[in-house]
Design a protein around this ligand. Structure first.
Ligand code: AMP
Ligand code: ZN
Length: 473
């Protein structure tokens, strides 16, 4: 059996994956901050994590996946400055902070379903885990890692000698990055809030979400939730922790510092991070920018199958930047449709999974999730000399990992028609269209496609020509 190799941000190397408990994996994936819809960039993170979950399962591991919902404490500046994103959203819309987070958490879960992302085994909300977070801050205080300022209790990063071990950046550089958001009371620019005090009654806006604590009324900092909840739910199974690359230098660095300070033990063994989804010329898609696209608006409302986005994400290795374009998504949509039609054309006969192709597929996915190569192997199976039944069985086996619903041909698909099955008039139109395409006469080709479709057929262009189906009545 091919061994599983994963790229570990801690070592900056591909390492053979070895779980703490034989046959099982504990996986923590940083979840959404629910003050707005998830955008396609966020969803790229969750798709990458879903590929990872399915690959672990395919390798025979029992996966215990925990995902948090950040419904408090994530401030507009990742370094604990600015407003709480949820409270700001509540003030802007005049709605209850609790209602807002519930609404966007539900919308997020719907996105996961639409993308065939397997649900985590444990969902945990930051606001449901105040006692755990307070207990952890108390331990850090007792061990001498904390200090108090006018606006909260902070973690003293100078007390952790290997604070930069995940980022691999010189401490000076990390500090430089942190200086952008100034808080004169912080001992070190990289120090971060464990507990923030609520604004006093006469200054600032009154918060909707606040709790009593040994340090006064307030709310937890953003990083402490992920430490407290992963330690609670994955006690002796701190195998893999994931998120986007923006979490490396701040959020995950701080999670490691405070967790290892509190427990005296190594926090997760493997740290995996996905690169960004960028838009128009390499700009990161972000909730704070107006380049923010949701699955609902870009796919579902336009009648485009959301799994086309999954298909597009599979085509780019998770550690490489992915570029969003409408054209790219349309291509992904037709690529996925064609693939499904080809699988459907293989028929329903029971076949066997081909051993050699399966080994090849495993070699790709176990090489740090090389999904583009895994997709290429699907094409090789289609082009191979295997029987149709074996091709179908092999590809549907791979779909357990790909999650593309390859056994479902698109809407209205009944059968792929051969040219000779068609009425003479349609045959003539198809031939004329093929000539128009060869001559790059796109206008005529589009007109002929429309005529063909008006006659009750669905026509899709494929690499090898076209696929034609009769429209369902
Ligand atoms: P948030 O809801 O902002 O806490 O982010 C949720 C996840 O999305 C985190 O793992 C981020 O690192 C990730 N993320 C944010 N923006 C992007 C992007 N443009 N491309 C890929 N991942 C992203
Ligand atoms: Zn987190």
């Amino acid at each position: 059996m091919t061994k599983l190799f994963l790229y570990n941000t801690l070592s900056r190397r591909k390492e053979e994956f070895k779980p703490i408990k034989a046959g099982a994996v504990g996986l923590y994936t940083c979840g959404p901050t629910v003050y707005n819809y998830a955008h396609l960039g966020n969803l790229r993170s969750y798709l990458f994590e879903d590929f990872l979950v399915r690959i672990l399962q395919y390798n025979g591991y029992a996966v215990r996946r925990v995902m948090n919902i950040t419904d408090v404490g994530h401030l507009t500046g990742d370094r604990d400055m600015g407003e709480d994103k949820v409270e700001a959203g509540a003030a802007r819309t005049g709605k209850s902070a609790w209602k807002i987070t519930e609404f966007f958490a539900t919308a997020f879960k719907q996105d996961l379903v639409a993308l065939n992302i397997l649900a985590p085994d444990i969902w945990c909300k930051a606001t449901d885990h105040l006692p755990e977070q307070i207990a952890m801050i108390k331990i850090l205080e007792d061990k001498g890692y904390t200090y108090k300022t006018a606006d909260g209790i902070y973690f003293d990063t100078a007390k952790v000698p290997d604070y930069n071990k995940l980022s691999h950046l010189p401490l000076e550089e990390l500090k430089e990055g942190a200086r952008v958001e100034k808080n004169p009371e912080k001992k070190n620019p990289t120090d971060f809030a464990l507990w923030k005090f609520s604004p006093s009654a006469d200054g600032g806006r009154k918060r909707q979400m606040e709790w009593d604590s040994p340090w006064g009324v307030g709310f937890p900092g953003w990083h402490i939730e992920c430490s407290a909840m992963s330690l609670k739910y994955l006690q002796n199974q701190l195998d893999i922790h994931c998120g986007g690359i923006d979490h490396i230098n701040i959020h995950h660095t701080n999670e490691i510092a405070q967790s290892e300070a509190a427990t005296g033990k190594k926090f997760f063994n493997y740290w995996m991070h996905n690169a960004f989804l960028n838009i128009a010329g390499g700009k990161k898609m972000a909730k704070s920018e107006d380049n923010f696209l949701t699955l609902e608006k870009t796919f579902i409302e336009k009648g485009i199958d959301p799994l086309a986005y999954r298909f597009a994400a599979l085509q780019v290795h998770y550690r490489k930047p992915m570029e969003y374009s409408e054209e790219g998504m349309r291509q992904a949509e037709s690529g996925l449709k064609n693939l499904r039609l080809h699988v459907k054309a293989l028929g329903d006969e029971q076949g066997k999974v081909n051993h050699d192709f399966k080994e090849e597929f495993l070699g790709a996915i176990n090489n740090d999730l090389n999904m583009p190569e895994a997709l290429a192997i699907v094409s090789s199976v289609l082009k191979s000399k295997l029987s149709e039944a074996d091709k179908s069985a092999t590809i549907l086996e791979f779909d357990k990992v790909l999650g593309l619903d390859l056994n479902k041909a698109g809407e209205g698909a009944e059968q792929i028609l051969e040219l000779t099955d068609l009425p003479a008039l349609i045959q003539e139109m198809i031939l004329k269209r093929q000539i128009a395409r060869q001559e790059r006469n796109w206008e005529l080709s589009d007109q002929l496609r429309k005529d063909i479709e008006d006659s009750g057929y669905i026509m899709e262009d494929a690499k090898s020509g076209y696929i034609l189906r009769k429209r369902k009545e």
